[in-house]
Design a binder for this molecule. Structure first.
Ligand code: ADP
Length: 502
């Protein structure tokens, strides 16, 4: 290691849905210091979610300087900046003034759900899926941008005249960090817009026409790990290369070191987010998973299959806040461990319907197998097991779609603190589950992408060597027992479907 490198650092900006974070990494990929600031959530109507893009920028900038200060690092000692962000959230702003024309419309916002129904009914679903790898849904940016442009004739006219710019949050932050010099995004963020062709890796003219988005307002699409340009010294405190960009889930996949095809990660938070690296070709899903770009590094593009579980840790919160059978989330582990099994109880936490591979919006939460002896310990255990069963559902779908076998599952997120859950997950999959010591996989992924681009780290092998500080859970359950338990879950999931009427 050169002396030079000892006093140099990489900063990751992790712009999330509820807070803006910054983490400073040293050359051994250790997090030296972090800072984060929450910002306001705006709910103008039920189901509508907005952020103030200026507040996102201000909190992000403050978190950046806060983290540097805590680390005792000066801006000039930063070798590269990496950015990771909440995906799909859409900002449109005036190129000349930098003023957003509307609040950012957040990925969670359902305001364009009706428009998406319309698109499906009009038969656009197949084309959109073919080109973008996505199912038509209000999550993705296309209908959000369309909505902003159609809201006022003035805005639409300014967009036509080329006066407005579109961006996801990465694009917005880079534009601000460079003092308006760079209007770019990376392939991973582009792949979540529903405007981007994941085969040609370019904006798709047919989709742009469908949503009435002028090409001129779109950012240039770049790789995920390259020097895009320099920060404005007046803003950052020095001219520093911006050298890595990836959406949050893809960044987590990279930060977990899932560089080879067949490697997968699961983030256990409110819900679960699973991604599996499927190598250099997009894999079409027969099970309702999304096909997405994992990253582009150099000339190499890798793809991923993505699936999510709507209710994971949120089920534990429900036990705590609504059923009130837990003091705190951690108590679920003690309770689950106090009984030898769930006593035949299965909980299907389909509070908002079921996602992949069932895709049933009319399913509702259900508890099966109650008897006179069922205790709160059984209920707590069944809820934790449900997180693992739903994860297996998605991983089985991924393996069926890709023909690849997952050798170990890399995990992160708040609920990975639950040792019972991690062990049960390993048992149920028959696969080793590996949890890193440093839980911020998302920020670390952005740092890795940026550091590789500037030679701060020489290779992926060097990064893998930095990821050795891990806890592994090896499967201990007999195959027959595993399949018997899982068969019970499949019956329960089946019976919770179609519960409410359309
Ligand atoms: P998010 O980023 O989605 O807000 P986090 O990664 O912060 O989520 O994780 C928080 C979630 O994890 C909550 O839903 C909480 O119920 C769950 N959780 C936290 N600790 C535990 C635990 N020890 N056992 C089970 N679930 C937990």
């Amino acid at each position: 290691m050169t002396d030079n490198r000892q006093r140099s650092f990489v900063v990751a900006l992790d712009q999330g849905t509820t807070s803006s974070r910054a983490i400073v990494y040293d050359s051994s990929a250790r997090a030296v210091a972090a800072d984060h600031l929450p910002f306001a959530q705006h709910y103008p109507e039920p189901g509508h979610v907005e952020h103030d893009a200026q507040e996102i920028w201000q909190t992000q900038l403050q978190a950046l300087h806060g983290a540097l200060q805590k680390a005792g690092v000066s801006p000039a000692e930063v070798r590269a900046v990496g950015i990771t962000n909440q995906r799909e959230t859409t900002v449109i702003w005036d190129k000349a003034t930098g003023e957003p024309v509307h609040h950012a419309i957040v990925w969670q916002c359902r305001r364009t759900a009706g428009r998406c129904d319309e698109l499906r009914l009009a038969g656009h679903g197949g084309l959109i899926r073919e080109k973008t790898g996505l199912v038509v849904d209000a999550y993705f940016s296309a209908t959000k941008a369309e909505w902003i442009l159609q809201k006022s004739p003035d805005v639409a006219a300014r967009a036509k005249r080329g006066e407005l710019l579109f961006g996801t949050i990465d694009t917005w932050l880079v534009w601000k960090l460079t003092g308006g010099k760079l209007h770019i995004t990376d392939v991973t963020n582009a792949s979540r817009t529903m405007l981007f062709n994941i085969h040609t890796l370019d904006w798709d003219d047919e989709l742009l026409a469908l949503f009435g988005i002028p090409r001129a307002m779109l950012p240039e699409v770049r790789g995920s790990s390259e020097v895009y340009g320099m920060t404005d010294a007046a803003i950052f405190g020095a001219e520093v290369p911006i050298a890595g960009i990836a959406g949050d889930q893809q960044a987590a996949l990279f930060g977990q070191g899932c560089f080879e095809k067949g490697m997968a990660k699961n983030t256990y938070g409110t819900g679960c987010f699973l991604l599996m690296n499927t190598g250099d070709r997009p894999t079409k899903s027969e099970h309702g998973l999304l096909t997405t770009v994992a990253w582009k590094v150099g000339d190499e593009v890798q793809y991923a299959l993505e699936g999510s579980v709507f209710i994971a840790g949120a089920g534990v919160q429900w036990l705590r806040d609504e059923l009130r059978i837990l003091e705190d989330a951690a108590e679920s582990e003690r309770l689950a461990g106090s009984v030898p099994d769930a006593g035949g109880v299965y909980i299907v936490p389909a509070f908002t319907g079921l996602g992949a591979p069932y895709w049933d919006a009319y399913a509702r939460g259900s508890i099966f197998g109650l008897t006179r002896d069922t205790s709160r310990a059984h209920i707590a255990r069944a809820m934790l097991e449900a997180i693992a069963y739903q994860t297996r559902d998605v991983l089985d779908a991924m393996q069926a779609d890709s023909g690849l076998t997952i050798k170990r599952l890399l995990v992160d997120g708040g609920a990975t603190q639950n040792g019972f859950l991690m062990q049960f997950q390993a048992d149920l999959l028959g696969t080793v589950v590996v949890s890193p010591a440093h839980h911020e996989s998302t920020a670390r992924g952005a740092a890795f992408l940026a550091g590789l681009a500037v030679g701060f780290w020489a290779s992926r092998d060097e990064l893998l060597a930095a990821l050795t500080d891990q806890t592994a859970f090896a499967p201990q359950m007999e195959q027959a027992e595993r399949e018997k338990l899982y068969a019970g879950w499949k019956r329960a999931a089946e019976r919770s479907q179609g519960w409410i009427s359309p």
